[in-house]
Design a protein. Structure first.
Length: 170
């Protein structure tokens, strides 16, 4: 439908504008039907939004909650709940990190709960990790316990449940 030969240089900006010349022609109904498809594609782009970024010069005290992705380079004192959490090399988090997918490059002081947890070689985690799948690269620093759970996101009391068998001998 779209041809790059018609729009030479800035193709993304002019693709939407190529519809307007068609609307000036007797083919106005196809142009109006093309506009809703552009709206549908923009609404489909909403779930694929860019991650929220906490920059290196930002310190947040409080909990962060989002259904999207978050990239942290600064300092967070509080819990984080998101779809994807990327902890940058300069980041320091003091609190629980809960997400479907967690990549730790920096420092986390607190529990980490995720379906997929990855500690890179520059990671430093001081706390328990509850996961479905985990990958720990050589060089990562980790102090705590590791527990596998089928659904680590729903097991908020997973750490006490892990200590029950240890104390079950009472």
């Amino acid at each position: 439908m779209f041809s790059k030969s018609k729009t030479n240089e800035p193709a993304p900006k002019h693709e939407a504008h190529t519809i307007s010349p068609k609307s000036s022609t007797p083919g106005a109904p196809p142009a109006s039907s093309a506009a809703p498809s552009a709206t549908a594609s923009s609404s489909a782009a909403k779930p694929k939004a860019a991650p929220s970024v906490i920059s290196t010069d930002l310190k947040i005290t409080g909990n962060l909650t989002t259904n999207g992705d978050i990239q942290i380079e600064g300092t967070i004192e509080g819990d984080i709940h998101a779809h994807l959490v990327t902890v940058g090399e300069t980041a320091v988090i003091s609190g629980e990190v809960v997400a479907d997918d967690i990549v730790v490059n920096g420092h986390v002081k607190g529990r980490v709960r995720g379906l997929k947890v990855r500690l890179t070689s520059s990671a430093k985690v001081e706390g328990d990790i509850i996961h479905k799948t985990i990958a720990i690269e050589s060089g990562a620093h980790f102090e705590g316990s590791v527990q596998r759970a089928e659904d680590p996101l729903k097991t908020a009391g997973a750490a006490p449940a892990a200590t029950k068998p240890a104390h079950g001998g009472n």
